[in-house]
Design a protein around this ligand. Structure first.
Ligand SMILES: *Cc1c(COP(=O)(O)O)cnc(C)c1O
Length: 497
């Protein structure tokens, strides 16, 4: 079967999955989708007997069929061989009466490693056909940036430029980024929010003059944000892997439905759960958990997506997002592939700041998705309760999901709470949630105290930052971002080749 991709906003131009991965975003501003989704299903009984690597190979070869089996195999073994600190890659462990899917065992201690250790390999294979250098440009709310830097550092033929909102990421996240080594990396703080940064990155991708100048130098821009198909597809694997582990633990039988609760920002992680469902995973409900930037809770409750609201800075900064880009893909599948409708909804979002999908589509959406949100106070209470009752230390993002999960009735299904970051990535907020006064303490003071208090070991990837050199100090305004990208291309790839 051949499976082509096209934009969510028009279907007259199709590309292969390799091209979709290289380009990141479609020329008309839409996201790449495939109408083949769900036409081939995975063999569940076989998957349930397998470990992470074979499951990843099945998922990738189904959704990215123009990669050869050899290419897929080599990408999977490079991405998941030694870079994760457990052979299970994403282990499942008990969390009270539910399960915790630990997605933070990669090099940067956040779930984004699962996709961002894979994407550079997929791009490297895809670019063989193009022969051009690829500059990855990424806006980050905290975790993507470091995961992209770690994934792309020193990958030949690629460079990576990361923008993060100044003062809106944790101490540790900040240090993770500004200490990143590698000849092909660039890091810049911007004066604004993550949404501002993301909007401007989209503008940079749409800038035809910039693209033409870079093209003359044999450089193309691409994205490592979760709008890239190559980010989304690897995340589908851990839904299947979690399910297989539950079968192997004897918690479920093959075929039983399972609920997943997902701490959500850009809608990428939870959309991967929807893809898993379309590929044949027995999913009960996918629960979309938000923090106080609860634009998705409101959307899933009323059918109206409305970004016209104040942006709230929370203790789960990777979910501080008002425009959930990947929702556009969900709208495409929800409308059975109605590109015109999607384009018009996205037009409303751009011009009016809101759109409505109507009662019928909302009802259809709610067949799969449930939702809820947690305030910072509730999130802190959950971190404390989970430690005291279950002796499990969870980070602020995971705690948002756990809070929401605890409010929902158990419908006789096993439930999996996705854990998206190691708690030490947010040491100060986690320590404060446990009742310690953290005022005036550095991220490392908090890390030490949290370790002494709980006996849970901080991961070496984070404690090693203590002695790392600060390499990046650039700060720019929104209108300086395009210039920063162009300068980085010149520095990394050399001018006028
Ligand atoms: C990025 C991130 C999220 C949100 O994931 P989306 O795919 O944007 O929904 C949640 N938690 C953590 C720790 C993250 O880094």
């Amino acid at each position: 079967m051949n499976l082509f991709y096209h934009s969510t906003r028009s279907d007259d131009q199709t590309v292969t999955s390799k091209q979709a991965i290289l380009r990141g975003i479609a020329p008309d501003g839409g996201l790449y989708v495939s109408d083949g989704l769900g036409k081939t299903q995975l063999d569940l009984a076989e998957v349930c007997a397998e470990g992470y690597h074979p499951i990843a190979r099945r998922v990738l070869s189904t959704l990215l069929p123009d990669y050869t089996p050899e290419e897929i195999s080599s990408c999977v073994s490079q991405a998941y061989a030694d870079n994760f600190d457990t052979p299970l890659v994403t282990p499942v462990s008990p969390l009270g009466d539910d399960w915790l899917l630990e997605l933070y065992h990669g090099p940067t201690c956040a779930f984004k490693d699962v996709a961002l250790q894979m994407l550079p390999r997929l791009m490297s294979v895809a670019r063989k056909g193009e022969g051009r250098d690829v500059m990855i440009v990424t806006a980050t709310s905290g975790d993507t940036g470091k995961a992209a830097l770690a994934g792309f550092a020193n990958v030949p033929g690629t460079g990576v430029t990361v923008f993060y909102p100044e003062g809106k990421v944790s101490d540790i996240q900040h240090l993770q980024m500004v200490t990143q080594a590698g000849d092909n990396v660039a890091v810049c703080a911007i004066r604004g929010t993550f949404d501002d940064a993301q909007t401007n990155v989209k503008r940079i991708f749409a800038d035809r003059e910039l693209a033409a100048r870079l093209d003359a130098e044999n450089v193309m821009l691409s994205s490592a944000n979760s709008i890239n198909v190559g980010r989304l597809v690897p995340q589908v694997t851990y839904y299947f892997s979690a399910y297989a582990q539950l079968v192997q633990h004897g918690a479920i039988h093959v075929g039983d439905a399972v609920d997943f609760c997902v701490p959500t920002g850009n809608f990428g992680d939870v959309l991967a759960g929807y893809f898993a469902k379309r590929l044949g995973l027995p999913v009960g409900k996918l629960v979309v958990a938000s923090n106080s930037n609860k634009v998705l809770t409101d959307f899933l409750t009323t059918g109206t997506y409305d970004r016209r609201r104040d942006f709230v800075k929370t203790i789960s900064p990777s979910m501080d997002i008002l425009v959930s880009s990947n929702l556009e893909r969900m709208l495409y599948y929800l409308t059975d592939g109605d590109c015109e409708r999607v384009a018009s909804l996205m037009g409303d979002l751009a011009t009016k700041g809101c759109y409505s999908i109507g009662a019928d589509l909302l009802a259809k959406l709610r067949e799969t998705f449930d939702c809820g949100y947690a305030t910072d106070d509730q999130t802190r209470a959950t971190i404390r309760d989970t430690w005291e009752k279950d002796h499990v230390l969870i980070d602020t993002h995971t705690a948002v999901a756990k809070t929401v999960l605890d409010t929902l009735p158990r419908e006789g299904r096993q439930r999996v709470c996705l854990s998206t970051a190691n708690p030490y990535k947010f040491s100060a907020d986690v320590l404060a949630a446990l009742g310690t006064d953290v005022s005036g303490k550095s991220g490392f003071d908090c890390m030490d105290e949290l370790q002494a208090l709980t006996g849970v070991q901080a991961p070496a990837q984070l404690s090693n930052l203590r002695s790392a050199a600060l390499l990046h100090q650039d700060v720019c305004d929104m209108d300086g971002m395009a210039g920063f990208v162009e300068d980085s291309c010149h520095r990394i790839f050399g001018q006028g080749r």
